[in-house]
Ligand binder design. Structure first.
Ligand code: ARG
Length: 382
């Protein structure tokens, strides 16, 4: 284990030193410090600059992300010294505020203490994203809100949280402090920016009563840098298809496509009226238009694909091969109209990166998951 950690630490350190043109003296000095720390304590610490750069590299290496052109602009907050629940809460609410920035979204990451073997894990976030809508299922199996959130909503309710029971109830953030039972943080209403989904010209559109929140802050993954694993919520801004082709449309999410088509007066009696495709396009248009109108940053899938091409070219000019998961990079709407569809890309994962954390047992139980769905990406059973 020690040897493995040493190796990972050295690989990252060398990359950090090289890409930042630091001297071999600095490299040697840090090598010695880190290696003796691992010998003596079994682990080591990144300095602030290494942490900052490591987080950016994790983004640059994220094979599923189309928005990586901006990897160097990530705002990194170091929360490794948190020593109480109050401080965790302060950092998480600060993240929401800083990232939202009244709609001019800032890509942000907040990094909590690394998980260390044989030590109590200080922070473990259960929420998939810091801001998410609750989901309910009534006795007739009718679903309200976001079905993806049904398990976490049940946990929130056990913690005495009460939603309105409607489609867009913001869940509290749920996390564990020092491996104690989960606790919740209610996010102040004024910190949450939401966008009503309107259509530029369709008249009956508002009957759909759709909206979405401005900032997707992924919070259930771990940031891996040089063999250390940090709980670290991070965000970018939305691409329109995430909301308009997936969250509002997937049959196991809001499942609203038929309703959209009906409101637009389409003939839904046969697949070959192409009502699904036509309604889908109107949804993209509406979501994009709504975010722009509300002054909230968003990218459309053509621009994002173009930016991805630029990212690839920039990286290749530096003789770095861009890795990517093609199945995630192609947009779910009109994929073949973007260059990404027509290109091959190597999907092997690099480090630093974001990895899956093991789901908490209670959440697994409530979601009806079994042991076999345990993920192996993090070496500790956390
Ligand atoms: N697809 C997720 C959602 O719809 C968000 C994933 C991160 N997306 C991003 N643009 N950074 O909520």
């Amino acid at each position: 284990m020690k040897d493995q950690l040493k190796q990972k630490a050295m690989t990252f350190l060398t990359q950090y030193i090289n890409e930042n043109n630091l001297s071999t003296e600095v490299l040697k000095e840090r090598q010695n410090e880190i290696l003796s720390s691992i010998d003596e304590t079994g682990t080591y610490e990144h300095n602030v600059e290494e942490l900052r750069y490591g987080a950016k590299l994790a983004w640059r290496n994220s094979t599923k992300c189309i928005g990586r052109l901006f990897w160097e602009t990530l705002d990194v907050f170091d929360a490794r010294t948190v020593s109480s629940e109050t401080e965790v809460e302060r950092h998480l609410l600060h993240h929401i505020k800083h990232a939202t920035n009244k709609g001019k979204i800032k890509s942000t990451i907040t990094i909590f203490p690394a998980i260390k073997e044989n030590e109590i894990q200080k922070v473990k976030i259960w929420s998939q994203q810091l801001i998410r809508y609750a989901g309910y299922e009534d006795n007739n199996r009718v679903k309200i809100g976001d079905p993806a959130s049904i398990p976490l909503t049940k946990i929130a309710q056990r913690l005495d949280w009460k939603g309105n029971g409607d489609h867009f109830d913001i869940l509290p953030i749920i996390y564990q402090w020092n491996e104690q039972p989960p606790i919740k943080i209610d996010i102040p209403k004024e910190s949450i920016l939401e966008v009503p989904i309107v259509h530029p010209y369709e008249e009956n559109w508002d009957e759909l009563q759709l909206k979405w929140y401005a900032v997707p802050i992924i919070s259930d993954r771990l940031l891996e840098i040089g063999g250390l694993y940090y709980p670290a919520p991070f965000n970018g801004w939305y691409m329109e298809t995430e909301i308009a082709a997936r969250n509002l449309v997937d049959p196991y999410r809001y499942n609203r496509l038929r309703e959209v088509a009906t409101i637009l007066g389409m003939d839904t009696s046969s697949t070959t009226t192409y009502w699904r495709d036509r309604a889908l396009v109107e949804l993209q248009h509406a979501v994009y238009h709504s975010f722009k109108k509300a002054g909230v940053q968003m990218v459309d899938h053509y621009t994002a694909a173009q930016q991805f091409q630029t990212f690839r070219e920039k990286e290749e000019n530096k003789e770095r091969e861009v890795r990517g998961d093609w199945t995630w990079l192609i947009p779910p709407v009109s994929p073949a109209l973007t260059p990404i569809f027509h290109q091959r890309i190597n999907s092997e994962e690099l480090s630093p990166n974001f990895v899956t954390q093991v789901k908490p047992d209670l959440l697994k139980k409530i979601s009806g998951m079994n042991e076999s769905s345990r993920v192996k990406s993090c070496p500790f059973h956390v």
